[in-house]
Design a protein around this ligand. Structure first.
Ligand code: BDR
Ligand code: CA
Length: 308
């Protein structure tokens, strides 16, 4: 039976690529996709999510949840990477439906309807998961697992010297999720940054006739430009798509269970993920962390999945 999953995302170009992989995977039953503020404002995240779903028109349309502002976050839009509209300013026809429910309501509804069955894949700040825990503190035992793209073990940060973007945007929510008793997996920068996708990746995507090919061929070129101009890189990292690959093909990766927390206050370390790796560890192990990947096999697998 296909694994029931909710994808919580802040689209974002790599979030869109992740959806291209997940929404067409036969082994996944994507029951809902929920938006969160992160790469873009909540209004923009909501529009982008609906636009992506409309463009992809996947075999099964998931329920959609809408983001709302997070006043306590350290949110700053990542327009330098994802473009002013979050999707590479590629001129996509934007779609906005009305009468949609808040993300946390969709998450709560689905978890309660399928206790113990739902995996939540978090591709943005952890705001919505913390809201779910606040609204129903007992819900944690009904969530099968949370898989989070974010954080860093030894790779440093990407938005500050110490913090990864998703953790930095809302460190208080991230800290709450780390402290919760939900089974957790972290897919950190240590693996996602190792998967550098050169222009070959773009060339090998399906053609315009394919809905995923049509979308990715429109939005990825601006990501190559941003990585070149802003980061001095000739390849791109699709962090969120790597997290989907972990869900689909964990054998390509290595993971270990670690004791981790999220820094919420440090002047230079806000949003950093900290791990107790002392011989005489005092924190309890609370998160499975993906620490290694077969890079070539992973790139080949992403390419195949997008062409299937
Ligand atoms: C994460 O930050 C966002 O900009 C990306 O979409 C990804 O989720 C990488 O640090
Ligand atoms: Ca993201």
């Amino acid at each position: 039976m296909a694994r029931k999953i909710i994808i919580d995302c802040d689209p974002g170009i790599d979030d869109a690529a992740a959806l291209c992989m997940a929404l067409f995977a036969e082994s996944l039953d994507v029951v809902a996709v929920t938006a969160v503020e992160g790469n873009v404002t909540c209004d923009c995240a909501n529009t982008n999510l609906q636009t992506i779903i409309e463009q992809l028109d996947p075999p099964k349309i998931p329920r959609l949840g809408m983001a709302s502002p997070n006043k306590s976050s350290n949110y700053r839009p990542a327009t330098h990477i994802h473009g002013m509209d979050g999707l590479g300013d590629a001129g996509l026809a934007k779609v906005t439906h009305h009468h949609s429910h808040p993300s946390e309501k969709i998450l709560l509804d689905e978890i309660r309807s399928h206790p113990g069955e739902i995996s939540i894949l978090c591709l943005g700040p952890l705001t919505n998961i913390a809201r779910v825990l606040k609204r129903d503190p007992d819900i944690s035992t009904s969530i099968r697992e949370v898989i989070m793209m974010g954080g860093s073990v030894s790779a440093g940060g990407n938005i500050t010297p110490t913090a990864e973007f998703n953790m930095y945007c809302d460190p208080h929510s991230a800290a709450q999720v780390f402290e919760s008793d939900i089974p957790k997996t972290l897919v950190p920068l240590d693996v996602t940054q190792r998967i550098g996708l050169t222009l070959d990746f773009l060339d090998n995507l399906p053609g315009e006739w394919d809905r995923r090919g049509a979308l990715l061929r429109k939005i990825l070129p601006s990501l190559y430009r941003a990585y070149h101009n802003e980061l001095g890189q000739e390849s791109i990292n699709l962090h969120d798509a790597v997290a989907v690959l972990w869900v689909l093909m964990p054998d390509l990766f290595e993971s270990t269970v670690m004791a981790g927390k999220v820094e919420t206050t440090g002047e230079h370390t806000r949003g950093a993920t900290i791990f107790d790796r002392r011989n005489q560890r005092q924190w309890h192990r609370n998160v499975e962390v993906v620490i290694d990947v077969d890079v070539n096999a992973a790139i080949g697998a992403m390419q195949r999945i997008l062409n299937k």
